[in-house]
Design a protein around this ligand. Structure first.
Ligand code: FEO
Length: 172
C-alpha cells in the first residue's frame, strides 16, 4: 500500500503531467495557427507523451491498490511572441516537472518505499531526455533568429522527424 502522503504526491504528479499535456496542446494549436505544421506535429507528439506519463502514474497507483484523484487543470497560455518563446516556455515546464519528480524520489526514499523509488527511476531518465530534446530545438531556433528560410527548413525537418524516444531532432 502507498502511504497517504505518497498517494497524494503521485496524484499531484498526474495533475502536473496533464497540465503539461494541456500546455503543449495549446502550443500545438498556436503553431497550427501560425502555419508551422512541422512544429505543430512535433509538439502534438510531445503533448501525447505527457498524457502517457500521466497514465503511467495512474496505472501505478492502482497497481499499489491506491486511489486516483483527478484535480483541476488550469487554463494554459494561448499565445507566444515567437516559436522560440513557445519552446522556452516548454523548457520551463519540463524543468518544473523534473524538480517535482526529484521531490517524489526524495519522498520515496524518506519513506523507504522501494517500489515507488524504483518505479520513479523511469521518470528520472525520461526527464533528462525531455529537457534535452526541447533544448535542442531552442538551440536551433536561437541560431536561426529572424532568418525566415531557416525557420521554414526547421519546420519541414520537425514535421518529417519521427520523434520517438531517444531522438533529438536538430536543424544542424
Ligand atoms: Fe512528463 Fe515532459 O514531463
Amino acid at each position: 500500500m502507498l502511504s497517504d502522503r505518497m498517494q497524494s504526491a503521485l496524484n499531484d504528479q498526474i495533475n502536473l503531467e496533464l497540465s503539461a499535456f494541456y500546455t503543449y496542446l495549446s502550443v500545438t494549436a498556436y503553431f497550427e495557427e501560425q502555419g508551422l505544421r512541422g512544429f505543430a506535429s512535433w509538439m502534438r507528439h510531445h503533448s501525447n507523451e505527457e498524457m502517457m506519463h500521466a497514465m503511467k502514474l495512474y496505472d501505478y497507483i492502482h497497481e499499489r491498490r491506491g486511489r486516483v484523484t483527478l484535480l483541476p487543470i488550469g487554463e494554459p497560455p494561448h499565445n507566444w511572441a515567437t516559436a522560440l518563446a513557445a519552446f522556452e516556455d516548454a523548457l520551463r515546464h519540463e524543468q518544473k516537472v523534473t524538480a517535482a519528480i526529484n521531490r517524489l524520489v526524495d519522498l520515496a526514499r524518506e519513506e523507504r518505499d522501494h517500489a515507488t523509488n524504483s518505479f520513479l527511476q523511469w521518470f528520472v531518465d525520461e526527464q533528462v531526455e525531455e529537457e534535452a530534446v526541447v533544448d535542442a530545438v531552442i538551440n536551433d531556433l536561437q541560431r536561426i533568429g529572424d532568418f525566415g528560410p531557416g525557420l521554414y527548413m526547421l519546420d519541414r525537418q520537425l514535421g518529417g522527424s519521427e520523434v520517438e524516444s531517444g531522438d533529438t531532432p536538430s536543424a544542424t
